[in-house]
Design a protein. Structure first.
Length: 552
């Protein structure tokens, strides 16, 4: 946790709970905040997402609180700061000491066999390469999605074979391309350019979406009906040039550009940096590499960045200045509209001012530090391209619409066909990784309370089944237990059809003593054969009928 975060938490706590004061400050009225003043601060703010965050937080704050109450709280908070300087400074010092003590507890002189290393990578190749081109080519060569309907909204989930920690298993021959990864420091902007629906209609209004929507998150679409395809624009801002700054152990106190080495002893080092704001920009630290005296790359044990370089007294004075500003600017505010404008102006002004301050990075390594290199952004270039994402499935007669306590079945135009008053899960075998698209059960706490169903896509019907238990025996064979009856029967995995009228008490897949599946009932022991009189094995394909042959 950075000291800035600690200060924000402390400030918030004091704002909520402090109302008792010894003295009150005189009323000072500042100029009325105008739209032009806010616009000026917005232009100075490099992070446009921060502007949205500030707006969102202010709205959440003032929507539930009156102007008078907010002004009273701010005034009480200011008075508390004025009358309790020593207490507040002690609190700030406590947080700082806790942080320092944490580092002291893990700072030590390492023996050579205690050190832990990372690979010594070629940073020029790692950070500046053609990943963005490979990413573009794989995305354009064929990208597919599954469409989902949930809580009265529709979204497209991209099918990805292998991306990061997410791995999907595909057992069909359908072409579903993997996505070559972008470097972590690359940024992208996404726009939906056109949505093509099954009925021939489309939406060609360019719509920005969150960059994390592709490929691992859902892409939102505006209508609850089947999407055939989606055209999307990708704007990739990739690192095209880097700079580097290197510090050695004997350069303590040396300034190189905006960076300054403050400490380097044993496994601990500390250096001064500009405020490390987002988004990435020229001078941003992209990578840090720390070396021992033999130029081996040391692993990091613990680090904190963007720490304040101010003394506790200076931190107090800065917080006091902020609180005076809020209180004085709000003295003449009487409406929520003006309150929103004033708070936004002050939040942006203080945020922009903080960006000009220097910060500290503190690091404890898993070895003795002798030097380090900071790799900095110099320039980004941009490529823009279009690609078409296609639905993995043609238009169907029934789709699932998941609600909190209900599952609706809708048609391709979003019309409700039927509903079940429960969440559901489709039948799945973890052993064979087999997933059914036809059979599902209600999501209940106890297995014995489940109700099983079958979806008939052709007839647009959902049927309740007379079974108390259903399991995959093999990828092409289901074992089912009828309600209130002993034993089990075999059911087709494709159609709601029993494969034999016989009931069995035991089944066994032969693996080491031969091939096939043996079953037992009161009449004897049998081997299973399919409709072609072929022995059924674990890997057998489609089965439409079972015949029995007595075991010898």
């Amino acid at each position: 946790m950075t000291m800035i975060t600690m200060l924000k938490k402390l400030s918030f706590i004091l704002l909520l709970f402090c109302s008792c004061t010894d003295t009150t400050t005189p009323i000072v009225i500042r100029e009325t905040v105008t739209e032009a003043m806010v616009t000026e601060q917005e232009k100075l703010c490099p992070d446009k997402d921060e502007i949205k965050t500030i707006e969102k937080n202010i709205k959440a704050f003032i929507d539930t609180t009156s102007v008078i109450v907010i002004k009273t709280r701010l005034k009480a908070n200011l008075d508390y700061y004025l009358n309790n300087k020593d207490t507040i400074i002690k609190t700030l010092a406590y947080y700082e000491k806790s942080q320092d003590d944490e580092f002291k507890s893990i700072t030590k002189l390492y023996l050579s066999d205690e050190e832990r290393y990372n690979d010594n990578e070629n940073m020029s190749i790692k950070l500046v390469n053609n990943n963005h081109i490979k990413y573009r080519d794989t995305v354009q060569s064929g990208t597919y999605f599954n469409q989902i309907f949930k809580e009265h909204k529709s979204a497209l989930e991209t099918r990805v074979r292998n991306n990061g920690t997410t791995v999907y298993k595909f057992e069909t021959e359908q072409t579903i391309q993997p996505h070559y990864y972008l470097n972590f420091d690359s940024e992208k902007e996404l726009r939906i350019m056109n949505i093509y629906y099954h009925d021939g209609t489309s939406n060609d209004t360019p719509t920005p979406i969150e960059p994390y929507s592709f490929p691992l998150n859902s892409i939102p679409v505006d209508q609850m009906k089947h999407v055939d395809s989606l055209q999307m624009e990708f704007k990739i801002m990739y690192l095209s040039k880097i700079d580097s700054i290197h510090f050695k152990k004997n350069e303590i106190g040396v300034q190189k550009g905006p960076f300054k080495l403050l400490k380097m002893s044993d496994n601990y080092l500390e250096y001064e940096t500009p405020d490390d704001y987002y988004p990435y920009h020229k001078g941003s630290i992209i990578e840090e590499v720390y070396y021992n005296k033999n130029e081996k790359v040391l692993d990091t044990k613990f680090s904190i960045s963007n720490c304040s370089t101010k003394t506790t007294e200076e931190k107090y004075e800065q917080q006091l200045y902020y609180k005076k500003s809020y209180s004085e600017y709000l003295n003449s505010v009487n409406t929520k509209e003006q309150l929103f404008l004033t708070l936004k102006y002050l939040d942006l002004k203080h945020y922009n001012a903080a960006l000009k301050e220097t910060r500290k990075t503190k690091i404890a390594l898993k070895g003795n530090a002798d030097s380090f290199t900071l790799y900095l952004e110099n320039r980004r270039d941009t490529i823009t391209f279009l690609t078409t994402l296609k639905n993995t499935s043609p238009a169907k007669n029934l789709y699932l619409h998941k609600l909190e306590d209900t599952t609706e079945f809708i048609d391709k135009n979003g019309k409700i066909i039927t509903a079940i008053p429960s969440p559901i899960n489709f039948l799945y075998s973890g052993q064979s990784h087999t997933h059914s698209d036809h059979y599902f059960f209600t999501d209940t706490k106890d297995i014995k309370d489940r109700t099983y169903y079958y979806i008939n896509q052709e007839q647009q019907v959902v049927s309740k089944l007379p079974y108390s238990q259903m399991d995959f025996l093999t990828p092409s064979l289901l074992q089912v237990r009828e309600n209130d009856k002993a034993g089990f029967k075999f059911l087709s995995t494709e159609k709601n059809q029993l494969l034999s009228d016989k009931t069995f008490t035991r089944s066994f897949i032969m693996r080491y003593t031969g091939e096939g599946i043996s079953v037992h009932n009161d009449e004897g022991n049998y081997m299973l054969y399919d409709q072609n009189n072929t022995l059924i094995t674990y890997d057998s394909g489609k089965i439409t009928k079972i015949t029995l042959k007595e075991m010898l």
